[in-house]
Design a protein around this ligand. Structure first.
Ligand code: SF4
Length: 260
């Protein structure tokens, strides 16, 4: 299947380039119920059979009270596939939802992070895989550049505090048209999250902007991803990367001349 081949190649490239998975790792996939994390889980299971190294894969879901329908259908699918999956109802998150129904994403993410580390610790995994896609990386890059004044996106690989877990995003090169096609071909149920329907105005504009650009420039996301990995620091405006250590006195002098 063409979609599967492309997915395996792009995910394999990311795993190799960023040394995401190593021999003996136990990888826990954060399964949100959406098409992206489900694709990630299935692709990692396929790669596990072909990789020259040994690693194991399990999955988990944190229930924070935001799913719009029961997880039962997906649970049935995962069981029929023999996938090692844990479903965790996070009581502190559910209490938070009762007490502060309008809480923001920052609080929700903090609660989720705490629950995730607790679950993954129990699963004996040392790596946590998230389903962020190329679209998420591009949006994050544009959001930071356009609205927060930083050249930054998401880390493809990073560590939790005290380096207890390696956090990886193997779908960095995979766009959502691919995950949508693949998830549909699996025939797996997708469980909607209430929050996916209230995506913010900035996110909607960035998605719209990328979609509009793509009608004339279909490789625009690929190009943005390349830009994130091909930084010409001497052509940006950060003095830390301009090799100016030796000429600070002259710069000050020049500045004085300019401002006198
Ligand atoms: S979008 Fe919803 S689920 Fe996601 S962090 Fe925000 S509040 Fe939580």
């Amino acid at each position: 299947m063409e979609t599967e081949k492309i997915l395996l190649r792009k995910t394999g490239d990311a795993i190799a380039r960023f040394k995401m998975i190593r021999d003996g790792d136990r990888v826990a996939v954060a399964l949100s119920g959406g098409k992206d994390s489900l694709t990630l889980l299935e692709v990692l299971l396929l790669l596990q059979q072909r990789a020259p190294i040994e690693f194991s894969v399990c999955a988990f879901t944190v229930e924070q009270g935001k799913f719009l329908s029961s997880f039962e259908p997906l649970a049935g699918y995962l069981k029929s596939r023999g996938i090692d999956w844990t479903y965790h109802r996070d009581n502190p998150s559910l209490r938070l939802l009762d007490e502060q129904p309008d809480h923001g994403c920052d609080v929700c993410s903090r609660f989720r992070r705490r629950a995730v580390y607790q679950i993954v610790r129990g699963l004996g995994a040392n790596v946590i895989a998230f389903g962020h896609t190329a679209d998420d990386f591009c949006e994050s890059f544009l959001r930071n550049a356009l609205f927060t004044g930083r050249t930054s996106a998401l880390p493809p690989v990073t560590w939790s505090g005290k380096r207890e877990f390696r956090l990886i995003r193997p779908l960095v090169f995979v766009t959502e048209d691919l995950t949508a096609r693949f998830a549909e071909s699996l025939g797996a149920p997708v469980i909607p999250c209430g929050c996916s329907q209230r995506s913010g105005a900035v996110r909607r504009s960035l998605r719209g902007l990328l979609a509009e650009l793509e009608t004339e420039h279909p490789r625009v996301k690929e190009s943005l991803l390349s830009a994130m990995g091909n930084i010409e620091t001497d052509r940006l405006l950060d003095p830390r990367y301009l090799g100016m250590e030796d000429c600070v006195p002259q710069s000050n002098q020049a500045l004085r001349v300019l401002t006198d």
